[in-house]
Write a protein that binds this ligand. Structure first.
Ligand code: ASP
Length: 437
């Protein structure tokens, strides 16, 4: 039995929803369907979730909700008409309720969730499947934290009683008091994974608008090759570093249950896409993929005899903890340690951070370098194979890219390098040429 999640571009219009329905009907195992809100139909279009969040924000500034919700309602009326389900869904009553709900809501989550809710209602009505509201089966704590085990329990019990196919809205759930809460953006992927775990699916199909993961970002490398197979751990590395086909948190529920994920393309259903599997995969390729991100800062901390000072790292890291910042890497030398952090973590607090470091560990020198990019070269294939790092560094030196930091854990799953932001694209292309092309 399969759990299928369809993303925003698959749910964007009546026409694309009909494609979705034909994919579901083509396989009787596709019983549990999770959907996103309607996304973009064309490049300049607005995602329903963005319109809803905007309506929430503007209503707080005094714009009447009715007028803010009108274009959203029109879009759903169009979809209902295209699908011929107008009679089955009372949009007028639903929008009155949405308007009241948003007006009464102290947080934007209720508003944000409505796109998924309506999208699921539309597809359920069209397919003749049952609509199951995610608020019944996805549980958050009052502080907004997702409650994984409790959800797994109630979702399993609730869904086991359902016969036939069901459609469930992604992205949101509720607290035990009934308040709607959402995951972070793109969170319908997480819902799909939660449902796959709860019903013990054989496979979690994640239907999107690309043929799975690519070996590099197509905005940087021309026509990168697809990745046919990926392990959970490789996926985690690549998606953390910016390969954003799948929400990075969607891996946890399925990994617990050893359920493979298949990324598929709604607009090219014959394409096998990418299969994400538990365990270590032994493919013939050395490198599975390359991903990276810009926007990092390094802070070099130098102090003589640092290596003898017991508790040095703890004191240093407690500065970050007190400022509520997380770091990416911490390479160290004998008398130096370098913190690598994302710009977004530091916010405007660089002075506080450096001041805190000076106070906590009295360094001889602190040196800041901004505008760094991190690049992860990922693959189980490189473990126990001498020469991978050397090829990587040679490839970078060949194109004149200076490496500012190197980090390879002993898992040998990835090699991470920091380069200057302006070298980012050049570096990725050089690594791609060396290992993949
Ligand atoms: N609709 C939500 C978003 O735009 C969630 C999702 O699509 O997964 O982020």
């Amino acid at each position: 039995m399969k759990v299928c999640k369809f993303g925003g571009s698959s749910m964007a219009s009546g026409e694309t929803i009909k494609r979705v329905a034909s994919i579901i009907r083509a396989d009787a195992d596709r019983k549990y369907i999770v959907v996103s809100a309607p996304g973009k139909r064309f490049a300049k279009d607005i995602k329903i979730t963005d319109s809803l969040l905007n309506a929430y924000a503007e209503s707080r500034k005094g714009t009447p909700l009715k007028s803010l919700l009108a274009p959203i309602r029109e879009r759903f009326e169009g979809i209902a008409k295209d699908l011929g389900v107008e009679e089955k869904i009372n949009l007028s009553a639903i929008f009155t309720e949405i308007e009241q709900g948003i007006a009464a809501s102290p947080i934007p989550d209720f508003a944000a969730a409505q796109g998924e809710r309506l999208s699921a209602m539309m597809l359920a009505a069209y397919l003749g499947f049952a609509f199951v509201d995610a608020r019944e089966i996805v549980r958050f704590a009052d502080n907004g934290q997702f409650n994984a085990e409790y959800t797994n329990d109630i979702a399993r019990k609730y869904l086991s009683k359902k016969e036939g196919g069901v459609v469930i809205p992604g992205f949101y759930g509720s607290t035990s008091g009934g308040q709607i809460r959402t995951f972070s953006r793109g969170g319908s992927d997480v819902t799909g994974a939660i449902i796959a775990r709860a019903v013990k699916a054989d496979i979690y199909e994640n239907w999107t608008d690309v043929n799975g993961f690519l070996t590099a970002d197509p905005r940087i490398v021309e026509n990168p090759k697809p990745i046919p197979e990926l392990s959970y751990r490789e996926l985690r590395e690549l998606s953390y570093m910016g390969a954003n086909v799948l929400h990075p948190e969607s891996i946890f529920p399925v990994r617990k249950a050893n359920i493979p994920i298949n990324i598929k393309n709604t607009f090219e259903p014959e394409n096998p896409g990418t299969m994400i599997l538990p365990g270590v995969l032994h493919h013939d390729r050395l490198i599975t993929g390359i991903a990276g991100k810009k926007g990092f800062v390094s802070i070099l901390i130098e102090k003589s005899m640092m290596n003898n000072e017991i508790g040095f790292t703890r004191k240093l890291l407690s500065v970050l903890e007190n400022l509520n910042m997380s770091f990416e890497h911490l390479p160290s030398g004998i008398d130096t340690m370098t913190l690598i952090l994302a710009d977004t973590e530091i916010g405007g607090k660089m002075q506080e951070l450096v001041g805190g470091i000076r106070e906590a560990v009295s360094p001889d020198r602190v040196e800041i370098q901004s505008d760094l990019a991190l690049i992860a070269t990922v693959g189980h294939g490189m473990a126990y194979k001498p020469g991978t790092a050397s090829r990587l560094f040679t490839a970078l030196s060949r194109v004149g890219v200076n490496i500012k930091m190197i980090d390879q854990g002993s898992s040998e799953l990835n090699i991470i390098v920091a380069v200057s932001g302006e070298d980012y694209e050049k570096a990725i292309n050089a690594i791609y040429e060396e290992f993949i092309n």
